[in-house]
Design a protein around this ligand. Structure first.
Ligand code: PLP
Length: 381
């Protein structure tokens, strides 16, 4: 049977593939340390769980308004304004089952057959498949390995933009690099976006997990309000990956179109999960601060261990990942690592960065230490 070209051409998620291999080996009784997963190792804070239970007990089990309950959209609007300097009213927000769905709806709304979208590589694994499902062509702009910052890539970005470019995808803090982009670099993107009439999707899912003193949302920069879609979600900051809750803020004209995709695909995000989302945004700051402080300690710890093994990596300012250079072939290196050292990581090739591996340090200090010892013992680093 021949299936649609749009799905035949895309690859399954490489991060999921590594996770599956790790689970398979674990089932065989092998002691795998899994540093491949892109999720916090914390439980969802108790107050959020309580609100979800209360909501379920209340008997309100129906569909909600398609764009999300007003209470949550109001909380998101307040969050955007107080934490990101973004002014999206509740009518300019769609609540989705996960940030991934928000990205899907936004890309489907912006990109059509023949359009070009620019992705900064290394990039998160799902941007390219979504763009290609929308019929778009992907142009990669490679970031310099030392720090994977945006500023040094500005002239490349400028050369890459063409009359067919419709979209630039920004992800700060970045998965997989942990890089946080400076306001100055983002102003450079603004200049290019305005001059070339290009839209920007800003994926800010790791925004709360930043260790740098400053953070800029590109949509808050003058001139960007009406050409930015800001995507965020609850998975990472509130340890809510399995709950599936995310959202986008965008100009009313775009929201009006995206809302059609939303209503015809998911109808609405899960009712009780939306109520839990209000609690997360309104009453969970202390737990978030504790989790972020713990991620920061682990980042410092793993960088120290890597440095002691002769690998000096520029400290990433956000998320819970570090990219390490592994020589020629990241896929082979990661295979060797999981089979011989029993440490699972994701090859850089999955993110468009051959010769690298992504380590997730969302794991205990003991496991991180043991994993680096195993890599050294097996002469992988
Ligand atoms: C950069 C980035 N964007 C979006 C997502 C999707 O998050 P969600 O769980 O909210 O769909 C992820 C999840 O790994 C991610 O790393």
């Amino acid at each position: 049977m021949k299936f649609a070209q749009r799905v035949e051409q895309i690859q399954p998620s490489a991060t999921v593939a590594v996770g599956n291999k790790a689970s398979m080996l674990k089932q065989k009784g092998i002691d795998i340390i899994d540093l491949s997963v892109g999720e916090p190792d914390f439980k969802t804070p108790e107050n959020i769980v309580k609100v979800a239970k209360r909501s379920l007990d209340s008997g309100d089990h129906g569909y909600t308004s398609s764009k999300g309950i007003l209470e949550l959209r109001d909380s998101i609007s307040k969050y955007f304004s107080s934490k990101c300097g973004l002014e999206y009213g509740s009518e300019e927000i769609i609540v989705t089952p996960g940030a991934k769905q928000a990205l899907f709806e936004a890309i489907m709304t912006i990109i059509q057959e023949g359009d070009e979208a620019i992705v900064l590589t290394p990039a998160w694994v799902s941007y390219e498949p979504i763009i290609s499902m929308a019929g778009g062509e992907i142009t990669r702009v490679d970031l310099e390995p030392y720090g994977f910052q945006l500023a040094p890539a500005m002239s490349k970005l400028k050369e890459t933009i063409s009359s067919r470019t419709k979209l630039i995808v920004i992800n700060s803090p970045s998965n997989p690099t942990g890089a946080v982009y400076s306001q100055k670099a983002l102003e450079g993107v603004r200049d290019l976006a305005v001059d070339n009439d290009v839209m920007v999707i800003s994926d800010e899912i790791y925004k709360e997990i930043t260790y740098a003193p400053e953070y800029t949302s590109i949509g808050s920069i003058e001139g960007m309000g009406d050409r930015t879609v800001t995507v965020n979600g609850f998975s990472k900051a509130y340890a809510m990956t399995g709950w599936r809750l995310g959202y986008m803020g965008a100009p009313q004209s775009l929201i009006k179109q995206a809302a059609k995709i939303h209503s015809h695909t998911v109808t609405c995000a899960t009712n009780m999960v939306q109520h839990a989302g209000v609690e997360a945004l309104e009453n969970t700051e202390d737990s978030v601060r504790e989790m972020v402080s713990s991620f920061r300690q682990r980042r410092d710890f793993i960088l120290r261990l890597l440095s002691n093994s002769g690998m000096d990596i520029l400290s990433p300012d956000g998320a819970f990942y570090v990219m390490i250079p592994v020589g020629g072939n990241g896929v082979k290196w990661c295979e060797k690592s999981i089979e011989e050292a029993h440490v699972a990581m994701v090859p850089g090739e999955a993110f468009g960065a051959p010769g690298y591996a992504r380590i997730s340090y969302a794991n205990s200090m003991e496991n991180i230490e043991e994993a680096i010892e195993r890599l050294c013992a097996n002469e992988l680093i």
